[in-house]
Structures are given as structure tokens and as C-alpha cells.
Design a protein around this ligand. Structure first.
Ligand SMILES: CC(C)(COP(=O)(O)OP(=O)(O)OC[C@H]1O[C@@H](n2cnc3c(N)ncnc32)[C@H](O)[C@@H]1OP(=O)(O)O)[C@@H](O)C(=O)NCCC(=O)NCCS
Length: 180
């Protein structure tokens, strides 16, 4: 479990499943890969729990310290897609719509970057999204991550020609040096 100024970043609990599913059913939150049903949402949590057991980290729950509210998820995860820059460790975030605009995603991500570099000793953590995801790109920029155009890619989970298939990659390094 990690703590930041306003947040607790922790492993998943049974009571998170309902608000996680509500967030994942919201099409404004889930334009990629699209809104999830309850079963798919629960399967994501099952996968996160498995990754926590195997790797010691995963995309984790975000709880607000002040009142215990479930805000969404953020975390780091091993990424093994069939792409030249894999395996790597990626950082990701997703907040329920009611909690956008308060800096929670950036604060949670900073906590995870610090943990990944200072505690886990990772050399690099990457983030990627489709170039139209302005809010996610803004989180990467606020974190000081650097765009690495040489590692932009086509997301293998989407068919050729899909509007969201092209992805841009940002990098953060433990030594703070240039990407790549
Ligand atoms: C991506 C996502 C998590 C970003 O959420 P967000 O609320 O825009 O990002 P943050 O939580 O960092 O908040 C930043 C905003 O809060 C404001 N803010 C308020 N208080 C703040 C504080 N204490 N610290 C930092 N920012 C603060 C910032 O000015 C910024 O506002 P702006 O967007 O009007 O410029 C959210 O849009 C989301 O869940 N999208 C759907 C899922 C998704 O796309 N995930 C990424 C897939 S790659």
C-alpha cells in the first residue's frame, strides 16, 4: 500500500468491484476498449490480483484518504505485448468521471513512479495512449514524462485501420535522462 497527500493506493478489495464496474460501464470513461459489463470488469480485477501476487504490483485501487471513496485505478504493470519495446513496465490510470479535474490521476501516478524507481529499482516506466486522448496525454506531460516518437506503435489489440489503433509512447527514467 502507498500513500500520497490525498490518496491511498492499494490492492483490490471485494467492495471495490461494484464502483469499479460502474466506472467501467461509463462510455465517457471507456472509449477504449469500450464500456465493460460486470463480468468483464470483475475479470480485470481478477487479473490485477493475479499480477499483484506474481509481480508485487499492478493497476491498483485509488481510495481518497479523507472519506474512503473509491476514485478509480492507477498503477504499474508488466507489459508483454508483441512489440519491439516489450517486455517493459507501463503506468496507467482511469478515474470515475465525477473525480476528473482535481489532480488525482497525476498524484496517484507520481506515487507509483516514485515507488517503481525508488523501491523497485526499475530503470524505465512507459505510458501510452491514442493521440486523441488529451486528458491522458496531459497527465503524462504533468508527470514530466518524455515523448519518444521512435517507439510510437499500432496497438495490436485493435484491427488495422481502427481510429484508436495508432498509439504514442512516453517514457520516464529513474536517472531522469532522455527516453530510449
Ligand atoms: C485520463 C484521466 C485519468 C485524466 O483525468 P484528469 O482528471 O484529467 O487528470 P488529473 O486527475 O491529473 O487532473 C488534472 C486536472 O485537475 C486540475 N487540478 C485540480 N487540482 C489539482 C491538483 N491539486 N493537482 C493537479 N491538478 C489539479 C488540473 O488543472 C487539471 O485540470 P484540467 O484538465 O482542466 O486542465 C481521465 O480523463 C480518465 O479516466 N479517462 C478515461 C480513461 C483513460 O483514458 N485512461 C487512460 C488510458 S491511456
Amino acid at each position: 500500500m502507498l500513500e500520497t497527500e490525498r490518496l491511498i493506493l492499494r490492492n483490490w478489495r471485494p467492495e471495490d468491484r461494484r464502483p469499479f464496474a460502474a466506472m467501467n460501464a461509463d462510455p465517457t470513461v471507456m472509449d477504449f476498449p469500450g464500456p465493460l459489463g460486470r463480468r468483464e470488469s470483475d475479470a480485470e480485477i481478477d487479473d490485477f490480483l493475479r499480477r499483484w501476487r506474481v509481480d508485487g504490483y499492478c493497476f491498483a485501487a485509488i481510495e481518497r484518504r479523507e472519506d474512503g471513496a473509491f476514485l478509480g485505478m492507477a498503477g504499474i504493470a508488466r507489459c508483454d505485448m508483441d512489440l519491439p519495446f516489450c517486455p517493459c513496465v507501463e503506468i496507467g490510470w482511469r478515474l470515475a468521471r465525477a473525480h476528473w479535474g482535481r489532480g488525482y490521476a497525476t498524484e496517484a501516478a507520481r506515487g507509483w513512479l516514485d515507488h517503481g524507481f525508488a523501491t523497485l529499482g526499475l530503470d524505465e516506466i512507459v505510458a501510452f495512449t491514442d493521440p486523441g486522448n488529451r486528458r491522458s496525454l496531459a497527465v503524462m506531460e504533468r508527470l514530466g514524462m518524455r515523448r519518444d516518437t521512435g517507439r510510437d506503435f499500432e496497438h495490436p489489440a485493435l484491427p488495422a485501420g481502427h481510429a484508436l489503433r495508432p498509439h504514442v509512447l512516453y517514457s520516464a527514467r529513474r536517472d531522469g535522462g532522455a527516453a530510449g
